[in-house]
Design a protein around this ligand. Structure first.
Ligand SMILES: [Zn+2]
Ligand SMILES: [Zn+2]
Length: 187
């Protein structure tokens, strides 16, 4: 039970850690890497992909420390929670929201809600910074719903190839150019 509580606690804590890292690190000094995610170049990989590599190193370090003695062995379950969060984050953000893999996924209400919240982050470059429990004010939601170019269309694989849910290739490319220009002005 303690093992499960440690893993669950680490999982929940990771949402707060990730939100703070996104707000103060990635949108701070880390913007040198993170900008490639908000203003995509169209390349398969973004400089922003270096962040998951760095964050996963923290998880590996926790597992390594857990092997150094019985007193710190419970850290193994903290590592399990961190890794589970990282895996779910990867699925939600990269696979479901930004469609970086050519796979068809079921449209679940929770995932659709996460996608809408993340669309607000990409549209305004601000709140919400969370991923699995994004808190978006009603005012922001209605501002985002007011219309404009879909900021997620330009980041999806489907949008990049011009043949998927994003619509016709020419329209998507034109929208991407407009959206990229808008994003440059904001960031
Ligand atoms: Zn994103
Ligand atoms: Zn961001």
């Amino acid at each position: 039970m303690t093992s499960l509580a440690l893993a669950a606690g680490a999982f929940v804590a990771m949402e707060a850690v990730r939100s703070l890292a996104h707000r103060f690190l990635m949108h701070g000094v880390g913007m040198v890497w993170h900008r490639s995610h908000h203003v995509p170049t169209g390349d398969r990989f973004e400089r922003n992909d270096l962040f998951p590599l760095c964050f996963s190193a923290v998880g590996v370090a926790v597992f390594a420390i857990a092997t150094t003695g019985p007193a710190v062995a419970p850290l193994f379950w903290v590592g399990v929670g961190i890794t589970a969060y990282g895996a779910l984050y990867l699925f939600v953000h990269e696979v479901y929201i930004h469609e970086r893999l050519p796979v068809r996924l079921p449209r679940l209400a929770y995932l659709a809600w996460l996608r809408e919240a993340h669309r607000v982050h990409h549209r305004f470059g601000g709140e919400p910074y969370g991923m699995l429990l994004p808190l978006v004010s009603r005012e922001l939601r209605s501002r985002a719903a007011a219309g404009g170019v879909d900021p997620l269309a330009r980041t999806s694989r489907a949008g990049r190839s011009g043949g998927g849910a994003g619509g016709g290739g020419g329209d998507v490319r034109a929208a991407r150019r407009r959206s990229t220009r808008d994003a440059r002005m904001r960031l």
